[in-house]
Write a protein that binds this ligand. Structure first.
Ligand SMILES: [Zn+2]
Length: 439
C-alpha cells in the first residue's frame, strides 16, 4: 500500500466524520466501546446500500436475458468447504513480534514490526479465516459448521436445481447478494475490510471455448457499471493478475480497483475459474454436475466466469467519489454528488415558517404526494441556509421550499443540488417535474 499523504488521510477523516454525523455509518456496538472491523449502516447508509444493491440486481438480472437470481443460506453443509478448498487453504500466515507480542499477517509487514520496529518474529503459523459455529445443542465436531466466507459456493451447489427449474441453455448465469464472514486478522480502513460484509456475486456458465470472450465482456460490463453510477473514470482501473497471483485452476483474473484516499484497492474481481468448482463439488458430493447439452447430445462441465464485488467497498467508493468541497459566495459548501439512482434522498420539503398552520399543511401534503414515488424528508428545524447545507451534505437532489407566497399562488421553490439554481414550480406539476428531472 502506498504511503498516505496528509491531504488524503484528511479526506478520509472528513468522510468518516460525515458518515457518523449524518447517519450513514456508525461503529458497531459503539456504547460498549465498539467491535473491531464491524460497522453499522445508519438511516441514510441503509438507503444507499439498498440503492447500490438494487442498481446491481437491475443491471445483472432484470436487464438481461441470460441471468437469474438466487438467495442461498449462510450456513451450508460443512463438506462444501472441503470441496471448495476453504478448510485447507483459506489461511493467512501469522507471526508474533517477540518484543511487543503483537500479531501480524506476514504479508502485511515486510519483516519489520509496525509497532516497535523489531525484526524478531516467531515462525509463521497458518490461521484459517472461516468463522466456526455449531449446529444443534451439543458443541462437538459433528455439529461443526461455518459462516460462509463467500456467497459463490451457494450458487455452485444449486447448479442442478437451477438448471432443472429454469431449463437454461449456455451461456447463462446466476447472481446472488448476501452476507459473508471472514475472520480477518488485520482489518481496517473504515468499511473497506470488515469481518462481516456483503457480496454481489455472479457465476456465469459457458463453454470452455467461449470462456475467454465472456471473461473480457464481463470485465467491460462491470467497469461500465461503476462509471454509469457516477464514479469518475480516472479513479478506476483494471489490474490484471500476474501468473504468480493466479490460483492454480484459474485461467485469468482481473481486479477493478478504485483510487481510495488510502491507495488503489480492489472493488471487484473478475475471474475465469474454468471448470474447477463444479468438478470439485461433483467429486465431493457424488452428484453429476455436468451440463447436459441435448442439442449436441453430450454432457460436459461448463467453464465459469465469476464477477465478485463487495457491496460495502462499492458503497465506500461511491461515497468517496461523491464527496466535494467548494466555495459558494465566500462560504464552504460540502456536497455529496451522488448519481440520481444512488442518492439516498431525492427530495427535501422545507417549510419556511413552521408556525404558520396553513403553510405546514401545504408542505406536509406535498410530501405525502411525493413520497409515494420518491424518497423524501421533511425538515423545519433550522433556518433555510442551514437546511440547504444539510441536504447538500447528504446528496439530496432537490430542495422544495414552501413559503407564504405559496399559499397564494400554489407555487413552490425548487432548488437543484448541483447548480443551486432555483425555480418556481406549480404544486400541481411538481411531481411530474421532479420525476422528469430524475430520469
Ligand atoms: Zn513489535
Amino acid at each position: 500500500m502506498p504511503a498516505e499523504n496528509p491531504s488524503n488521510s484528511d479526506l478520509m477523516e472528513k468522510i468518516v466524520s460525515l458518515c457518523k454525523r449524518r447517519g450513514f455509518i456508525f461503529q458497531s456496538s459503539e456504547i460498549y466501546g465498539g467491535l473491531a472491523s464491524t460497522w453499522d449502516y445508519g438511516p441514510l447508509g441503509a438507503e444507499l446500500k439498498r440503492n447500490v444493491k438494487d442498481a446491481w440486481w437491475k443491471a445483472v438480472v432484470h436487464n438481461r436475458d441470460d441471468m437469474v437470481g438466487l438467495d442461498a443460506s449462510i450456513l451450508m453443509h460443512p463438506k462444501t468447504w472441503d470441496a471448495s478448498g476453504h478448510t485447507k487453504n483459506f489461511n493467512d500466515v501469522l507471526v508474533d513480534c517477540k518484543k511487543c507480542k503483537n500479531r501480524f499477517r506476514v504479508d502485511h509487514i515486510k519483516g519489520v514490526c509496525p509497532v516497535c520496529k523489531s525484526k524478531d518474529f516467531t515462525e509463521g503459523r497458518a490461521f484459517n479465516l472461516m468463522f466456526k459455529t455449531h449446529i444443534g445443542a451439543v458443541e462437538d465436531d459433528k455439529g461443526l459448521a461455518y459462516l460462509r466466507p463467500e456467497t459463490a459456493q451457494g450458487i455452485f451447489v444449486n447448479f442442478n436445481n437451477v438448471m432443472d427449474a429454469t431449463h437454461r441453455r449456455l451461456p447463462f448465469g446466476i447472481a446472488q447478494i448476501g452476507k459473508s464472514f471472514r475472520n480477518e486478522v488485520t482489518a481496517g480502513n473504515f468499511t473497506f475490510r470488515m469481518r462481516e460484509f456483503e457480496q454481489m456475486e455472479i457465476e456465469y456458465f459457458t463453454t470452455p471455448e467461449a470462456s475467454d470472450e465472456c471473461y473480457k465482456k464481463w470485465i467491460e460490463e462491470r467497469f461500465a457499471w461503476y462509471v454509469n453510477l457516477g464514479i469518475r473514470k480516472d479513479n478506476l482501473k483494471i489490474r490484471e493478475h500476474g501468473n504468480d497471483e493466479l490460483a492454480h485452476y484459474a485461467k485469468g483474473c482481473s481486479d477493478i480497483e478504485y483510487n481510495f484516499p488510502f491507495g488503489w484497492s480492489e472493488l471487484e474481481g473478475i475471474a475465469n475459474r474454468t471448470d474447477f468448482d463444479l468438478k470439485q463439488h461433483a467429486q465431493f458430493s457424488g452428484a453429476d454436475l455436468r451440463f447436459n447439452d441435448q442439442l449436441e447430445n453430450k454432457k460436459f462441465y461448463p467453464y465459469v466466469i465469476e464477477p465478485s464485488g463487495g457491496v460495502d467497498r462499492g458503497m465506500l467508493a461511491f461515497l468517496v467519489d461523491a464527496y466535494h468541497e467548494e466555495e459558494v459566495e465566500g462560504r464552504q459548501r460540502v456536497v455529496l454528488r451522488f448519481s440520481k439512482q444512488l442518492a439516498p434522498v431525492k427530495v427535501a420539503i422545507l417549510p419556511l415558517l413552521k408556525k404558520n398552520d396553513d403553510l405546514v399543511i401545504l408542505a406536509k401534503n406535498i410530501k405525502k404526494d411525493l413520497q409515494k414515488d420518491l424518497v423524501c424528508v421533511y425538515d423545519d428545524t433550522a433556518a433555510i441556509g442551514k437546511l440547504y447545507r444539510r441536504q447538500d451534505e447528504i446528496g439530496t437532489f432537490f430542495c422544495v421550499t414552501v413559503d407564504v407566497q405559496s399559499l397564494e399562488d400554489r407555487h413552490v421553490t425548487v432548488r437543484d443540488r448541483d447548480t443551486m439554481k432555483q425555480e418556481r414550480i406549480s404544486v400541481d406539476n411538481l411531481k411530474k417535474y421532479i420525476i422528469e428531472k430524475l430520469k
